[in-house]
Design a protein around this ligand. Structure first.
Ligand SMILES: Cc1ncc(COP(=O)(O)O)c(C=O)c1O
Length: 398
C-alpha cells in the first residue's frame, strides 16, 4: 500500500470550484417556485412576451442548410472563410478593403478574446492589459489564463450613471508602449455606459500616441445606436493605429448564443505581417479547438449572402434594438434617479442599489439581478416592467 505522501495527486485532490456568480444566480432563479418571479440576471435578449425566439432569418437559413448542405467534412482552421468576408463590411465599414486586416471565425466572442490574448502573450508576455472596472466578469480570468497581467482602472461612477473618463484617460496615458487597452466597442457590459464619439477620438489619440495595442471587444453590434454607429470606435481605432485587435460576436445580434459564432480581427502594418500573425493564430487555435464549429456561422453566411435575407435580418436587429431602447426609456421616465438608464445603450445597466437591497428584492419580490445591481433591461417582459419599476423605486426610497 502506498502511503498518502507517496500517492500521486489524483482527481480526488481537486478543490471545490466557486461557480460563476451569474450561473449561481440563474440556478437560484430556476429553483424559485414563485410564479411571478422576474429574471433580469441572464444576458439574453427577450421579446415582450419574455421569450428569446430564434430569428426568422436564422430559421430560414438553417432550413436551407438542411436542404442543401452536402458534407460536414472539415473546413480547416479558418472555419468558414466566406462568413468572415461577409462580416467585413458590417464590422469594418470604410476599412473593409484594407488587406492589412484579416478576420477569422472563432467559437463566439469568448473564443476570439482568448485567441487574441494568446497571440499577445506569445509576442509580448510582459504586456499589461488595462481595462476599466467594472467589466464583463470573464475578461480578467481570460487575461490571467494566458499569463498576462491585468491592470484595472475605474471606468464608471455608479451613483451618477457616468463614465469616469478622466480616470480612463489618466490610466491610458500612464501605460507603456506595447501594453494593451481592452475597450468595449459598444453596449458596455455591465454598465451600459458607452463612450461618445468625442471620447472615442480622445481614447484613439492617446492609444496611438502611447504606442498601446487597442483590443476592442464588440459583442453587441446593432443593439445600441445602429450597426454602423456601434462600430464607430472600431473604425476610429483602425483610422489611427497600425496594430489593432478586435473580438467580435454574432451570438447576440443573430440570437444564436448557444451556436457559438464569432470572429477575431487582426490589423498590422502590412499585409505580409498580418499573414504571419494569422499563421500564428491558427497554430494557437489548433491546440485549443482545432477548428471552430460550423453550424451557426454557416447560417450567418447564408443570411448575409442573400440580399433579401440580409435586409430581413437588418430589420430583426432593429426590432431587438428598438425594444431595448423602449424599455430603457420607460424605466428612465419613471423616476429621476433612473433617468441615466435612458442615456445608456445595450441590454445592461447597473442600478444604484447596495448588495443588501439587491438581496431583499430577491427574497421579498422574487426579482433576480446580479449582486452588483446589474440587470438586463430586456430580461423584463412587457407585463413585468411596471412591477419591476415599482419594486426598484421602493428599494431606492427605503
Ligand atoms: C462584453 C462581452 N464580450 C464577449 C462576450 C462573449 O460572447 P459569446 O457568447 O459570443 O462568447 C460577452 C457575452 O456575454 C460579453 O458580454
Amino acid at each position: 500500500m502506498l502511503t498518502t505522501a507517496e500517492r500521486a495527486r489524483g482527481l480526488a485532490d481537486l478543490p471545490p470550484v466557486q461557480s460563476d456568480s451569474l450561473l449561481q444566480l440563474i440556478a437560484l432563479c430556476n429553483a424559485d417556485p414563485r410564479p411571478d418571479k422576474i429574471d433580469v440576471g441572464v444576458g439574453v435578449w427577450r421579446d415582450g412576451a419574455g421569450n428569446t425566439p430564434i430569428l426568422k432569418t436564422v430559421k430560414k437559413a438553417e432550413q436551407r442548410l438542411v436542404d442543401t448542405q452536402e458534407t460536414k467534412s472539415y473546413l480547416g482552421g479558418a472555419g468558414d472563410k466566406r462568413f468572415a468576408e461577409l462580416l467585413r463590411p458590417i464590422l469594418l465599414g470604410q476599412h473593409a478593403a484594407d488587406q492589412r486586416i484579416a478576420g477569422l471565425q472563432t467559437p463566439g466572442g469568448c473564443g476570439a478574446l482568448r485567441l487574441g490574448f494568446e497571440l499577445i502573450a506569445a509576442i509580448n508576455p510582459g504586456a499589461r492589459v488595462l481595462y476599466g472596472a467594472p467589466t464583463w466578469p470573464n475578461h480578467p480570468p481570460i487575461i490571467q489564463s494566458v499569463g498576462l497581467e491585468g491592470v484595472e482602472y475605474p471606468y464608471y461612477e455608479r451613483g451618477q450613471g457616468a463614465i469616469r473618463f478622466e480616470d480612463m484617460m489618466n490610466a491610458l496615458e500612464g501605460a507603456s508602449p506595447g501594453d494593451v487597452a481592452l475597450v468595449h466597442g459598444c453596449c458596455h457590459n455591465p454598465t451600459g455606459a458607452d463612450l461618445d464619439e468625442d471620447q472615442w477620438r480622445q481614447i484613439v489619440r492617446v492609444v496611438s500616441e502611447r504606442g498601446l495595442i487597442p483590443f476592442i471587444d464588440i459583442a453587441y453590434q446593432g443593439f445600441g445606436r445602429g450597426l454602423d454607429e456601434d462600430a464607430f470606435g472600431v473604425r476610429a481605432m483602425l483610422d489611427a493605429c497600425d496594430e489593432v485587435i478586435v473580438a467580435q460576436s454574432c451570438d447576440k445580434n443573430f440570437s444564436v448564443y448557444r451556436d457559438r459564432v464569432g470572429s477575431l480581427w487582426i490589423k498590422t502594418g502590412s499585409a505580409e505581417t498580418t499573414a504571419t500573425a494569422v499563421a500564428h493564430v491558427f497554430q494557437i487555435a489548433r491546440q485549443m479547438w482545432s477548428m471552430p464549429p460550423d453550424h451557426g456561422a454557416a447560417a450567418v453566411h447564408i443570411i448575409l449572402e442573400d440580399p433579401e435575407l440580409k435586409s430581413e435580418w437588418l430589420a430583426e436587429v432593429a426590432t431587438m434594438r428598438d425594444r431595448i431602447n423602449a424599455v430603457r426609456q420607460r424605466i428612465a421616465a419613471a423616476d429621476p434617479r433612473l433617468a441615466f438608464i435612458g442615456r445608456q445603450f445595450g441590454m445592461f445597466s447597473m442600478l444604484p442599489l447596495s448588495k443588501d437591497q439587491v438581496l431583499k428584492l430577491r427574497s421579498d419580490k422574487a426579482i433576480y439581478m446580479a449582486d452588483s445591481g446589474r440587470f438586463n433591461v430586456v430580461g423584463l417582459s412587457d407585463a413585468q416592467i411596471d412591477r419591476f419599476i415599482a419594486a426598484v423605486v421602493e428599494a431606492l426610497d427605503a
